[in-house]
Design a protein around this ligand. Structure first.
Ligand code: HEM
Length: 184
């Protein structure tokens, strides 16, 4: 299964990285080229979702779960892979449901920021996968300097979880309030 995982992971990595670039181009340009690139964005994200889900499923079969889950590096790779897949799936749903509206006003810069975060998550997932097979990159050195040693289990302090829950409630309230004032 390892060989299948290694082949498969290249598809979501290429597709999501291209999607991030497409979002950045569209966020900063309304030229004919940027508009054409944007028309390809939802199909690109959909293919990224399909291949990402396949890479994720095959990833779970490479080593026995006991082996993956008993190593901090294995756990970190699985965790970041889950976040990456969930994150890009949400990006796909957002672009699909909101269409052109995601490029209106300041939203285009929010999209640019989200694309950079998504590319970062994907880069970290790939880096951790590389560490699992002994191929290292400087990304882990950057993470180390930011305070995360990739060979130790990544964890979120309780206060961060509470802050995340509060931010979620706040964002939902802003969205609900925005929709209400739009309808009025
Ligand atoms: C979108 C999801 C994923 C991506 C992008 C990804 C990416 C990668 C990459 C780039 C490698 C290094 C491959 C190489 O260059 O040879 C790798 C290896 C590996 N990944 Fe993932 N991965 C994903 C999901 C998962 C999941 C969910 C698991 C299971 C928990 C997993 C388990 C592994 C294992 C065990 C290896 C080492 C393979 C070997 O021994 O040859 N991966 N992954």
């Amino acid at each position: 299964m390892a060989a299948y995982h290694v082949v498969l992971v290249h598809f979501p990595m290429a597709l999501w990285m291209t999607a991030a670039l497409a979002i950045l181009i569209r966020a900063f340009s309304s030229s004919a080229l940027a508009l054409s690139i944007d028309r390809a964005l939802t199909p690109l994200l959909f293919l990224g979702f399909l291949s990402g889900a396949a890479a994720f499923a095959v990833g779970l079969m490479v080593w026995p779960w006991e082996a993956v889950s008993s190593s901090p590096l294995g756990r970190n790779h699985a965790l970041l892979a889950a976040w990456t897949l969930a994150y890009w799936t949400l990006m796909m749903i957002t672009r699909w449901l909101h269409g052109e509206a995601v490029w209106h006003g300041l939203m285009r810069f929010v999209m640019a920021g989200l694309a950079l975060i998504g590319a970062g998550l994907l880069g970290i997932t790939g880096t951790l996968g590389g560490h699992l097979i002994g191929v290292y990159t400087d990304v882990s050195e950057v993470l180390r300097r930011l305070g995360w040693e990739v060979y130790r289990t990544f964890y979120l302090p309780d206060t961060t979880l509470i802050a995340l829950a509060a931010a979620t409630v706040l964002l939902l309230a802003i969205g609900w309030w925005g929709r209400k004032s739009q309808a009025a």
